[in-house]
Design a protein around this ligand. Structure first.
Ligand SMILES: Cc1ncc(C[n+]2csc(CCOP(=O)(O)OP(=O)(O)O)c2C)c(N)n1
Ligand SMILES: [Mg+2]
Length: 330
């Protein structure tokens, strides 16, 4: 038998299987979206592929009935874990009126859903960081004990918004978890051309908070460090910077051709560490993901994705007359 690593984190077999299910759901939705895009049915895809472990591991370490998520465009795993449904994600991909994120008005990946405390972001990267800090400040002032999780790419960690937000949160000891999803690229720019320090987490010291770099392909490693960060936040000990290192398995978006700036061999090598495979193997090794369970989960998710695709494709677009809704006072 393989070593059981989740028990010592206080996770049950059911919980780790659920983590895997959400990761696989994100992957399968994403794969479907690429097919729909290439078939000319949806305009744009920006993938989570390669980052599911970090996203779902982090979300499961939070109190998903209380904490706030300020995700970025790749965070399908985060928003699924926070309660957004497959159908809702598909409605967004098809830009239909019923899309809960924006009624089909925003580009896909601009996640926002008030009832699940998923806070909508803007297209300029990293603007969600000061928002997360503001939410944490409000929580502290109102003596509530929630934390806010804000995620962004390593490229985005070079934006002023990150540095301003991190500094303010450090000074005021706010319950914010800054999680950098380091997928090694910012569109065509490799990480070696983005940051001069060795690890993005090294930056934490400058803002008076602890910084950790963890394997972003391992949901348990991410879970552990986010769990600790949430506890620190709730205890009034302030923010934490976490860097989850993985690899972007797809092109930047459906409008990008990554063959122009990276070798196929590099991508193939990274695929060997794909968390869907490696975490699946961990669960198989412990007899949790048996052949029977795996077949059942796969069929279940495929059915749900099929259903969601059909529903969203046939759903109506917003009425043209509603174009100015939320723009001017009504
Ligand atoms: C302020 C700003 N500058 C540039 C862009 C264009 N842009 C969109 S995504 C992106 C790359 C971001 O890279 P990273 O933060 O590493 O996230 P990743 O896409 O790799 O997950 C850029 C430059 C933008 N949206 N906003
Ligand atoms: Mg990146």
């Amino acid at each position: 038998m393989a070593e059981n690593r989740h028990e010592q984190l206080g996770l049950t077999d059911e919980q780790v299987l659920e983590i895997y299910r959400v990761m696989l759901t994100a992957r399968k939705i994403d794969e479907r979206m690429w097919l729909l895009n290439r078939a000319g049915k949806i305009p744009f895809v920006i993938s989570c592929q390669g980052q599911e472990a970090a996203q779902v591991g982090a979300a499961f370490a939070l109190d998903r009935n209380k904490d706030y998520a300020l995700p970025y465009y790749r965070d399908m795993g985060v928003v699924l874990a926070f309660g957004m449904t497959i159908k809702e994600l598909m409605l967004s991909a098809f830009a239909k009126a019923e899309d809960p994120n924006s009624g089909g008005r925003q580009m896909p990946g601009h996640f926002g859903q008030k009832k699940n405390r998923i806070v909508t972001g803007s297209s300029p990267v990293t603007t969600q960081v000061p928002h997360a800090v503001g939410i944490a400040l409000a929580g502290k002032m109102e003596k509530k004990d929630f934390v806010s999780l804000v995620t962004f790419g390593e490229g985005s960690s070079n934006q002023g918004d990150f540095h301003e937000g991190a500094n303010f949160a450090g000074v005021h000891k706010l319950p914010v978890i800054f999680m950098v999803e380091n997928n090694k690229y910012a569109i065509s720019i490799p990480v070696s051309r983005q940051v001069a320090c060795e690890k993005v987490s090294d930056r934490a010291q400058g803002y008076g908070m602890p910084g950790y770099t963890v394997d972003g392909n391992d949901p348990l490693a991410v879970y552990e460090v986010v769990k600790d960060a949430a506890e620190r936040g709730r205890n009034g000990e302030g923010p934490t910077l976490i860097e989850a290192v993985s690899y972007r398995l797809t092109a930047h978006s459906s409008d990008d051709d990554d063959r122009t700036y990276r070798e196929k061999e590099e991508v193939d090598e990274a695929r060997k560490k794909d968390s869907i495979i490696t975490f699946g193997n961990y669960l198989r090794g412990l007899g949790i993901l048996t052949e029977e369970v795996e077949k059942e989960i796969n069929e279940e998710i495929t059915d749900l994705v099929n259903e969601a695709t059909d529903y969203a494709e046939n759903a109506p677009y917003a009425e043209p007359e509603s174009a100015l809704k939320h723009v001017y006072k009504e």
